[in-house]
Design a binder for this molecule. Structure first.
Ligand code: ADE
Ligand code: ZN
Length: 332
């Protein structure tokens, strides 16, 4: 029942879909020596204490991505799994600086992912768009350079985001980058309020003028911020499994999703880095259903929120909304 609910994924890092088996396969293909004895040893590294402990492994594993084909294969593997999860539309992050900083050309990673998205659209029937996320613990001047190059390359992107180590790297540092993106008609989103304080959510909204907040769960600590998010219908791309694995919350039972919904926030459910956090979008929905006893109308409402929050036209939204309604009618 959960797999057949038509879903939209708005917070998914393509690099975070790199499964241990694919890491091993790409290392072999590219002649890269990994610091793990075998697959079981690699899997043992997936215990995180916070965001940074995850990011250390996430960035280290990217060394196996070298050629354009590697990026295409990574993207196709995600879309294949996403189809099985019932994903119909996905807005996908990639971190260009995680690749350019280790000597991979910008065109190699961007073209590789884009080709995977185009191929996956026809093969798996999932519409997609690409959002480049800038790494907030690298200099803003570097982000500006990369964005300028992406614009010159006419890269097929719909928007920009901001991710990586949040605390100590406030949105205000990236005002110029986001202003340039807006001048070029790009959509703006930012990770904020994952580990960082509500103040970073305010900055993302007021200074970067983002139209969605990624995570945002710490917004609940600031009533005026919650009121603002509700009044302005600002979507939050919430990632429950991620929050548990990065110890933002202790257990799924402690996740603030129920109070976020009660307070009228426009919440969407997402998988963030599914290869690292124990599951894809269907797994996150299933976990929430089992933990909070969400019924079919509640799950359909979460899926509708994501359709509403997506960077789609009303004409593109209509068939998705119809299919969610048909799914709901079929549930007894
Ligand atoms: N990059 C990949 N996943 C991330 C997350 N959950 N928070 C910040 N940066 C990320
Ligand atoms: Zn994220």
């Amino acid at each position: 029942m959960i797999t057949t609910l038509p879903k939209v994924e708005l917070h998914l890092h393509i690099e975070g879909t790199l499964e241990p088996e694919l890491i091993m396969e790409l290392a072999e293909r590219n002649g890269i020596r990994l610091p793990y004895t075998d697959l079981a040893d690699l899997r043992r590294q997936y215990e995180f204490t916070d965001l940074q402990s995850f990011l250390n492994l996430y960035y280290a594993n990217l060394d196996v991505l070298v050629t354009e084909q590697d990026f295409t294969d990574l993207t196709l593997a995600y879309l294949r799994r996403a189809q099985a999860a019932g994903v119909r539309h996905a807005e996908i992050f990639m971190d260009p600086q995680a690749h350019t900083s280790r000597g991979i050309a910008l065109a190699t990673c961007v073209n590789g992912v884009s080709k995977g998205l185009a191929q996956g659209e026809s093969e798996f029937g999932i519409s997609t768009s690409l959002i480049v996320a800038f790494i907030r613990d690298r200099p803003a001047a570097e982000a500006l350079e990369v964005l300028t190059e992406l614009i010159a390359l006419k890269a097929p992107i719909v928007g920009i985001g901001l991710d990586s180590a949040e605390v100590g790297h406030p949105p205000i540092d990236f005002v110029e980058v986001f202003a340039l993106a807006r001048e070029h008609g790009l959509k703006c989103v930012a990770h904020a309020g994952e580990e960082g304080p509500p103040e970073y959510v305010w900055q993302a909204l007021q200074l970067l003028k983002v139209s969605r907040i990624d995570h945002g769960i710490r917004s609940l600590e600031d009533d005026a911020l919650v009121d603002y998010l509700v009044e302005n219908k600002i979507p939050l791309t919430v990632c429950p499994f991620s929050n548990v694995r990065l110890r933002v919350v202790d257990r799924l039972e402690d996740h603030p999703l129920p109070s976020m919904l009660e307070r009228g926030l426009l919440v969407t459910i997402n998988s963030d880095d599914p290869a690292y956090f124990g599951g894809y979008l269907d797994d996150n929905f299933r976990g929430l259903q089992q933990t909070f006893g969400l019924d079919a109308p509640a799950m359909a409402a979460l899926s509708r929120n994501a359709v509403q929050a997506a960077f789609l036209t009303d004409a593109q939204r209509a068939p998705l909304l119809e299919d969610i309604s048909s799914w709901l009618e079929a549930q007894v």
